[in-house]
Design a protein around this ligand. Structure first.
Ligand code: ZN
Length: 238
């Protein structure tokens, strides 16, 4: 199996995991930077993540144009992915989702921060991108490169951003890393709402976040990935 085939299989598994863990429903998507062509990325055609097969994965240029479309209609919001790959050479995978627990933080302005060690990878504080600030009344969907680049600009060097009234976007150094952060972003948001109902929260300190994040290595990611993959009916690739 070559590098491209490996990444395509990873993407199929990532889609199944994100669906099975409740991070995406019929909507939301995950991409990977092309392993041999860094100015291209791989993303499914427009389809519910739970249903995605190897042949659904399409190659795109960073501007969102399909290289080999073959009648496979793309996601409208693919510009999120290209704009981030364009700005962040360190990023090799992007997850965009509308998972339920992150939404309240995007609309209240209540800061989403890690309170659990497993959630340190979401970053010190998750910023909120509001499409209305620059683009006025829209459908809220990231439907061109201008919106994608504005989102990527707010994301900056961070691992995740919320999107007001819409969802979240998460990036990682690999497909497994981005999926890991996306899952724990949802877990952290849910826990924070529960903790807020009980009283004041003692969040992880910035120093704790840095120390924990530095320890999130392949061992950590693979342990979660193997479990989530099997739960979703997929095997982990070596
Ligand atoms: Zn969306």
């Amino acid at each position: 199996m070559n590098r491209l085939e490996f990444i395509v299989e990873e993407l199929v598994t990532a889609n199944r995991i994100l669906a099975n863990e409740g991070i995406v429903d019929s909507f939301g998507h995950v991409s990977a930077r092309h392993p041999d062509k860094p100015q291209h990325y791989l993303l499914s055609r427009a389809r519910a993540p739970e249903r995605i097969e190897r042949d659904d994965i399409v190659e795109f240029g960073l501007d969102g144009s399909a290289i080999d479309e073959r009648g496979r209609a793309p996601y409208l919001e693919r510009f999120i992915h290209g704009a981030i790959y364009e700005q962040r050479p360190d990023v090799h995978a992007v997850v965009h989702n509308h998972s339920p627990s992150v939404i309240p933080f995007g609309v209240t302005g209540k800061k989403l921060k890690p309170l659990l060690h497993m959630c340190a990878s979401i970053g010190h504080e998750v910023p909120i991108w509001d499409s209305r600030d620059k683009f006025g009344d829209t459908t809220l969907l990231v439907s061109d490169m201008a919106m994608g680049r504005d989102l990527a600009g707010l994301l900056g060097a961070r691992p995740a951003t919320l999107m007001r009234g819409h969802g979240a976007t998460v990036v990682g150094r690999s497909v497994r890393h981005a999926v890991f952060i996306a899952v724990y972003l949802e877990v952290g948001a849910k826990l924070q709402m529960q903790a807020m109902a009980m009283g004041d929260i003692k969040f992880l300190s910035p120093g704790e976040v840095d120390k924990i994040t530095a320890r999130v290595n392949d061992y950590t990611l693979n342990r979660a990935w193997e479990n989530w993959a099997r739960r979703a009916g997929r095997e982990m690739q070596a």
